[in-house]
Design a binder for this molecule. Sequence first.
Ligand SMILES: [Zn+2]
Length: 136
Amino acid sequence: MPNDAASWVCPHGQDARRGCVTCYEEASEAAPGTPSWEVAAWFTAPRPIPIRTLQDVHRHGRSFAIDQPSTPLVYLLTGRTSAPDSVQAVAGVVGFLLHNRHVVTGFTVTETRATLLPRTDTGGARTTDTWLDDTP
Ligand SMILES: [Zn+2]
């Protein structure tokens, strides 16, 4: 997988790992036939996110969720999105955090995974695993 920053830039010039609000918004009005992705993004937060906030995320209705694995201040954001490629898929899902800056006040994405969901007429799925270089 790409390690250079350029390969992580979405069409709007944002680093996918930092999120892109435009990608996030475009995903909701993606053209029919746009590939669907299941994205997971692990991120760290500077301070704990209240349980109530995590629960509220589930009410957003776009199959996004933030879960807390066992490690303190480490969270897992998962979501389904539509995007032409995996970089835009990651940018869109991480963009959800930017879009909700009032609840998630800061984050650093440490690892992402984007899985191409199978189309209804085929069974194949392609998985991309990415471990980031700049993990603190
Ligand atoms: Zn973008």
